[in-house]
Design a protein around this ligand. Structure first.
Ligand SMILES: *[C@@H]1O[C@H](CO)[C@@H](O)[C@H](O)[C@H]1NC(C)=O
Ligand SMILES: *[C@@H]1O[C@H](CO)[C@@H](O)[C@H](O)[C@H]1NC(C)=O
Ligand SMILES: *[C@@H]1O[C@H](CO)[C@@H](O)[C@H](O)[C@H]1NC(C)=O
Ligand SMILES: *[C@@H]1O[C@H](CO)[C@@H](O)[C@H](O)[C@H]1NC(C)=O
Length: 443
């Protein structure tokens, strides 16, 4: 390579064009950047970090954060089966989108060909199976659920239409209707409940002096005989039903994933046969309820004769409120929900051991449930319905879905603030009932 052998001045002359060129280049680049970064729109107003939705649940005290994604889910294709079915229902029933035109109903995805609302056909329906790539590896209860989730009307096999009105000298609407989910074989649980916290008739408040009419009814399906041979208990159940007149039985397999059906069918029954009731307690047959104390609570806050505003009563539901729960993804778990079936966090819901709500809310739940796809876990399903009604369940610390500390379980005083505990055997119910009848003076 030949080196420049010129003197200093010649070298200056040599470099001058390059220097000028580089200045020009810098000028051009800066101009382009300035042009690109210039935006004529004014800056948008800064949004506050949080907003408070009216009626936000009072127990957490936390504020709702901004949604992470667009409110309207556009990525439907990625959705799990339940989410997609629900998306379609939401869209079909959205009065703004739908207006009063009937044209574009349910256009788009192929999933609409499945008549989820077609109740006249309650046989297993395999059309949803093709939507679930992992169907064959799912647990049996999940498979069964998917095959029958299009059906929600089952025949009432045992009914007592006059439950709310009978044996009345003075006709009065029941203050509390206790609807207990039970199974055919649990004779002992039902009898223990009848003898203790689920007594039919007039029940005194614990602290206040009043007494209120209480009715108890048990919600049953058919014995699940698919898991193996079972002793036939139908005749015994018939006998029990004619003796106590408090059994409702529907024609579906009584399995864990079919429990949601009991809520739906009970709401139907309530609307027809006991719409005058003020409150509903819904619970399991292995819980203990301090009914007298529950009546105090209901009167203090929501008594029918006090001037409770309609709005408060329409929205009333209390229990052990659970927020931000995630579906169990452990395939062996009782509550396992595959990701292909449901995606996302569960809505706020009240734990299923027992909840109390107004009959007015039950009627609203019944209506909105028509627009909510069936979900296998009953208390979560109720949360989904509440969410669509815009109702926040209120947390009551007296609902102990997870029991007292072990050391306190035998002490009657420990139950003073309790409304419900889970779980108690029939024998424990009787003992506890006796002990709580005469609590020691020092509590
Ligand atoms: C929608 O409602 C308006 C007002 O009730 C009515 O005039 C119009 O004909 C309706 N359109 C359709 C497609 O039903
Ligand atoms: C329900 O299913 C039956 C039998 O497949 C069919 O005949 C009927 O048209 C369906 N009804 C609706 C509303 O889709
Ligand atoms: C479901 O409801 C439809 C119409 O209301 C009725 O024809 C059908 O028999 C019902 N199915 C069952 C299993 O009760
Ligand atoms: C629910 O009951 C129906 C009717 O008996 C049955 O076909 C279905 O398999 C049951 N579902 C589950 C999840 O057990």
């Amino acid at each position: 390579m030949a080196r420049c052998k010129c003197s200093g001045r010649a070298m200056c002359l040599c470099l001058l064009p390059f220097l000028m060129m580089s200045h020009l280049l810098v000028y051009i680049v800066v101009t382009i950047f300035v042009a690109m970064s210039y935006t004529p729109e004014p800056k948008p107003l800064p949004l506050p970090l949080h907003f408070i939705a009216p009626g936000a649940s009072s127990n957490s005290g936390a504020l709702a954060s901004h949604p992470l994604h667009a409110f309207w889910n556009l990525r439907l294709v990625e959705g799990a089966l339940w989410n997609r079915l629900q998306h379609l229902k939401d869209r079909e029933n959205n009065p703004i989108l739908r207006g009063n035109t009937t044209g574009g109903r349910g256009s788009g995805t192929e999933i609409t060909t499945v008549h989820e609302n077609n109740n006249s056909l309650c046989k297993p329906d395999h059309r949803l199976v093709s939507q679930l790539p992992d169907f064959n590896t799912m647990p049996e209860q999940m498979k069964d659920f998917v095959l029958s989730m299009h059906c929600r009307n089952y025949t009432l096999l045992m009914n007592h239409p006059d439950l709310c009105n009978r044996q009345d000298i003075v006709p009065e609407a029941p203050m509390l209707l206790m609807a207990i989910k039970s199974q055919v074989g649990n004779f002992e649980n039902r009898q223990a409940i009848r003898e203790t916290w689920g007594r039919n008739g007039w029940v005194h408040e614990e602290a206040g002096g009043k007494r209120w009419k209480v009715r108890t009814i048990f919600l049953l399906g058919r014995q699940d005989i698919t898991t193996g041979p079972h002793p036939d208990l139908e005749a015994l159940l018939q006998l029990e039903s004619s003796l106590h007149k408090d059994i409702l039985q529907w024609d579906f397999r009584d399995t864990f994933f079919n429990l949601t059906l009991k809520d739906l069918l009970f709401w139907d029954w309530l609307t027809v046969h006991c719409p005058q009731a003020h409150f509903v307690f819904k619970g399991d047959d292995d819980v203990f309820v301090r009914t007298n104390a529950l009546l105090d609570y209901l009167r203090e806050h929501y008594a029918p004769r006090q001037r409770t505003t309609k709005k408060i009563k329409d929205d009333f539901l209390a229990g052990d409120v659970i927020t931000n729960a995630w579906p169990s993804r452990q395939p062996t778990a009782k509550y396992y929900i595959p990701e292909s079936f449901y995606k996302g966090v569960y809505p706020t819901y009240a734990g299923g051991g027992g909840v109390v709500y107004s009959a007015a809310l039950a009627m609203r739940l019944r209506v909105v449930s028509q627009w909510v796809s069936l979900f296998p876990i009953d208390d979560v399903y109720m949360g989904m319905c509440l969410q669509r009604l815009g109702v926040s369940p209120s947390h009551h610390p007296g609902f102990l879905t997870f029991d007292l500390p072990e050391a306190n379980r035998e002490k009657p005083c420990a139950y003073r603030k309790v409304l419900l505990v889970h779980k108690r055997s029939p024998k424990e119910m009787l003992t506890l009932w006796r002990d709580l009848k005469s609590p020691p003076a020092e509590c």
